[in-house]
Ligand binder design. Structure first.
Ligand SMILES: *Cc1c(COP(=O)(O)O)cnc(C)c1O
Length: 424
């Protein structure tokens, strides 16, 4: 199990025994009275739908008694496998940054200028409306980008449009910020396109944004130019922004070419979220960005930019060492590095997709062409004693020590597994 060392591990493989020795015997405080403090429950519900929360619950179901090796197919971290190591150029960039002595100080809340400029250059390769360093905010991975955007837009009665299958942190932060979640459908038979009629029908004057994932994690599709243009037009009609999560823009191995949502920013303002976590196989490095694609300055006049800055001023920054290394990471990594990773994923997808054809109750609506997950639809009518996708995943963990993620938690039952390792 040593290769999974940094993963969230099932309780029987942690240092739990040591903790158990610490018995909780003293229920009283000073002079026998009760303690005056206790942890609040503000994040309880938000955490329960998070990926870390769900994985922890599933790992808790695994057990030694099953006598089967744990197969962790739920997590989204390829770096635990030897075939998925980051590029030497990226490592060199960090070493150089560390040794330079120039990156030991605090950074401004919005990030250091060389990093912001490097991200703008990186994104501008594909954008007609050029963005500037001022349009970029550095974040602690894409996760902080998600948190910051939802915090910056939250308000009384606010609602946000999220896809039914999504990176769960969006749900968590919406719940935590008391923003109502309205879930729009993805259409599995139409390459997982967004049900735009549904989007239009569910928006109202309190809708703050429509969030899209492109490439889509976990569905593994890449949206076409035409579809994204329609998304922009619907958003424009509704008077809302598009938040486009493009964290997987380097992880594409199918036919559809990646089109950044920022291309349509003259139709409606677009916030792009990104990071190096997935493309460079370094989710532990914790650096990402928020990019404002906004040629008409809507985000300035609506105070969105100010709100983002205020939130970043009171949050921890990504390490200055990584910020300082970022220009070299983005500029010097060769395209062969991405090609090699994508070719491994593509082979794994072929293997899994074919193998699934022999399992009647699981169908994969569309072979993934991006990202590192594979979504299957569960046919509950073919399964005995399974009530929904969460139940399915819990029982697989209990009986087989096999950990998948429930895709949708209860509605249309989907099941999600990563595609890092199928053979050897
Ligand atoms: C992994 C992931 C994130 C979080 O990215 P970090 O850079 O690790 O914080 C955000 N969105 C999606 C779709 C992801 O898959």
């Amino acid at each position: 199990m040593s290769q999974h060392m940094n993963l969230l591990l099932p309780s029987f493989e942690t240092d739990k025994e040591e903790y158990d020795e610490r018995k909780t015997t003293d229920h009283g405080g000073i002079g026998g009275s009760v303690w005056r403090f206790k942890g609040n429950k503000a994040a309880k519900e938000a955490a329960s739908v998070s990926m870390k929360g769900t994985l922890a619950r599933l790992f808790d179901c695994c057990s030694k008694d099953v006598k089967k090796t744990i197969l962790p197919l739920g997590h989204g971290d390829p770096s635990v496998y030897p075939c998925f190591q980051t590029s030497v150029d990226a490592e060199e960039a960090v070493v150089e940054s560390l040794r330079s002595g120039a990156a030991n100080s605090y950074a401004p809340g919005v990030g250091i200028l060389p990093a912001r400029r490097a991200v703008a250059n990186y994104l501008n390769r594909d954008l007609p409306h050029k963005i500037h360093s001022d349009d970029i905010f550095m974040t602690v991975g894409c996760c902080q980008g998600i948190e910051t955007m939802i915090h910056a837009l939250a308000g009384p009665k606010a609602n946000i449009l999220l896809p039914t299958l999504i990176y769960p942190l969006y749900n968590s932060h919406a719940i935590h910020s008391l923003v109502e979640i309205r879930k729009y459908n993805l259409l599995p038979d139409l390459d997982w396109e967004i049900d735009l009629q549904g989007v239009e029908a569910m928006a109202d004057e309190n809708t703050i944004a429509v969030v899209i994932m492109n490439p889509h994690n976990p569905c593994g599709n890449v949206y076409t130019y035409e579809h994204l243009k329609k998304v922009a037009e619907v958003a424009r009609k509704l008077g809302i922004m598009v938040i486009s999560d493009e964290v997987y823009n380097q992880t594409i191995y199918g036919e559809n070419k990646f089109v950044p949502m920022g291309i349509f920013s003259s139709i409606t303002p677009v916030v792009t979220l990104g990071s190096i976590s997935k493309g460079w196989l370094v989710p532990g490095w914790r650096i990402g960005w928020i990019a404002m694609n906004d040629p008409k300055n809507v985000f300035k006049t609506t105070r969105v930019v100010e709100s983002i800055k205020e939130h970043l001023d009171i949050s921890p920054d990504p390490s200055t060492i990584l910020q300082f290394a970022l220009p070299n990471i983005l500029e010097k990594t060769k395209k062969e590095f991405f090609e090699k990773n994508n070719s491994i994923l593509s082979q794994n997808v072929d293997f899994a997709f074919d193998a699934l054809k022999d399992i009647p109750c699981l169908t994969c609506p569309k072979k993934p062409e991006s990202c590192t997950y594979l979504v299957t639809k569960l046919d509950l009518s073919l399964l005995e004693d399974i009530t929904n996708d969460f139940d399915f995943c819990m029982k697989l963990a209990q009986e087989e020590n096999l950990v998948f993620l429930p895709g949708n938690q209860y509605e249309t039952p989907f099941q999600v597994s990563n595609i890092y390792k199928y053979k050897n």
